[in-house]
Design a protein around this ligand. Structure first.
Ligand SMILES: CC(C)(COP(=O)(O)OP(=O)(O)OC[C@H]1O[C@@H](n2cnc3c(N)ncnc32)[C@H](O)[C@@H]1OP(=O)(O)O)[C@@H](O)C(=O)NCCC(=O)NCCS
Length: 424
């Protein structure tokens, strides 16, 4: 464990649940912040018991989003619980929450009240929609945000039986929003070092998804001007796809200036992931021709410019697919990597879990846990040259209640009273 973690000394009240908030505070905990998870006595974060794989133990849903934290149980609707939370606010730097709209206010912890308790406090919130939005009252989960933020309307196939809007399995609404919030918190913290004042930081899930759909908004603006999108697989054969003036779903097409597609490799008939992603980078056309053994394509005007290739781009992908049909996805990538072609195998969760490089880099880590035994989790995706975050187990429900209360200055008798009042 690095003892030089830069966020050491920053105290965070982690009043979060499910995924969006916990993903944010977990990352801050990895980098050294003292993150105290505040949970309802008796039940705690709902993810502790959702999708359990080991009877009686915290579910992976919880353990994989709450490592490196401490847990305090607190009923913040009871006067004794409110008083403890007030004391925590006075002694902390940041409070993070992702309750439904208005829940914190209904609990009595309005921004005005929090500021009175601690003018330096940074209050960081995740909501489905931003303050003042016409949907601000809505409760939101992952897929709702993917629909509201533009991801679902632009993902999937544009034709065929399953051509409706499609959800990504990446947590664009949840964890992505948490990552945005972490940037907001650290920015506000640096601001506080200059001004001494805290501030409210808010990220809506809709905004966080939209921020990742930036290039799709770019496409809408281009479509409005030009009437079609030249790099989409529908162009130029299916111009009807652009008729309604709305960015169509582009299936597996590349989102930028270089076309790409998912290509079958040896074994695709039985292995659902025997595929690679192949990108045709404009300046790599020569090497692509060499890799495929098609030198004649280099000078052929139907092949040697993006405009020449686009009308038959799917045929070109078909030719590449034929070339790799007797090669596994790994063999195919091993050939193309020699020619500097941007490509990769489609990797399953199972392959990623056992990937030697991910284990070596700390992107997949094994963590010992008191109750469930050790478990694997996704470690920090951010690597530093001067420190190495160490992932430690998620806390048991209320594991640190007495310890945290004692640190706040409560005597043993006062702690016993709080227990008796069922406030903790
Ligand atoms: C995720 C979400 C839909 C879950 O909704 P929910 O299960 O109904 O939970 P809520 O957040 O509304 O909270 C329910 C109640 O628990 C209460 N509560 C939470 N922790 C408590 C505690 N420690 N002590 C006492 N009460 C507590 C809240 O005050 C709230 O009470 P109220 O509605 O009576 O005022 C909702 O929290 C939400 O929309 N959050 C914002 C967006 C978000 O982060 N979504 C993604 C999550 S991955």
């Amino acid at each position: 464990m690095s003892d030089n973690l830069p966020l050491k000394g920053i105290k965070i009240i982690d009043f979060t649940h499910v995924q969006a908030g916990p993903a944010c505070t977990q990352m801050l905990a990895w980098f050294g912040a003292d993150v105290i998870k505040v949970e309802r006595p008796g039940s705690g974060d709902v993810t502790r018991s959702q999708l359990r794989d080991v009877p009686g133990a915290d579910a992976l849903y919880f353990t994989m989003l709450n490592s490196n934290k401490r847990s305090l149980t607190l009923d913040t609707k009871k006067p004794e619980g409110k008083a403890i939370l007030e004391k925590m606010i006075q002694e902390s730097d940041v409070m993070v929450e992702n309750f439904g709209p208005g829940a914190l206010d209904r609990m009595g912890f309005t921004w005005e009240h929090i500021q009175k308790l601690n003018p330096g406090m940074i209050l960081a919130s995740v909501k489905g929609f931003s303050d003042g939005h016409h949907y601000e009252d809505l409760k939101v989960y992952e897929n709702v945000a993917q629909c509201a933020g533009g991801a679902a309307s632009t993902t999937g196939y544009w034709k065929g039986e399953n051509s409706g809007p499609t959800i990504s399995s990446a947590a664009l609404g949840d964890s992505n929003t948490g990552m945005h919030l972490a940037i907001g918190i650290l920015t506000a913290y640096i601001g506080k070092q200059k001004t001494g004042k805290g501030q409210k930081v808010a990220v809506s899930m809709q905004d966080a998804v939209l921020n990742l759909c930036r290039v799709k908004m770019r496409d809408q603006l281009r479509l409005d001007k030009v009437g079609y999108l030249e790099e989409y697989p529908q162009y130029p054969h299916e111009m009807d796809a652009f008729k309604d003036g709305v960015v169509p779903r582009g299936a597996n097409a590349g989102g930028g200036g270089q076309p790409g597609w998912i290509l079958k490799c040896k074994g695709w008939e039985t292995d659902p992931n025997a595929y690679i992603y192949f990108t045709i980078q404009g300046h790599a056309w020569g090497p692509i021709c060499d890799a495929l053994g098609r030198p004649e394509w280099k000078d052929d005007p139907a092949y040697n410019t993006p405009a020449g290739r686009q009308p038959h781009i799917m045929d070109i992908f078909g030719t590449i697919e034929k070339f790799i049909s007797d090669k596994t996805k790994y063999e195919a990538v091993d050939i193309f990597r020699k020619f500097d072609i941007p490509c990769a195998p489609v990797l399953s969760m199972k392959e990623l879990l056992h990937d030697k490089s991910l284990r070596a880099s700390g992107s997949i880590v094994e963590v010992p846990h008191k109750v469930r035994g050790s478990y694997f989790t996704v470690g920090s995706p951010i690597k530093f040259s001067g420190m190495k975050p160490n992932v430690t187990a998620s806390p048991l429900l209320g594991e640190h209640t007495d310890e945290v209360l004692a640190e706040l200055g409560y005597s043993a008798a006062q702690i016993a009273e709080a227990h008796a009042a069922k406030a903790v």
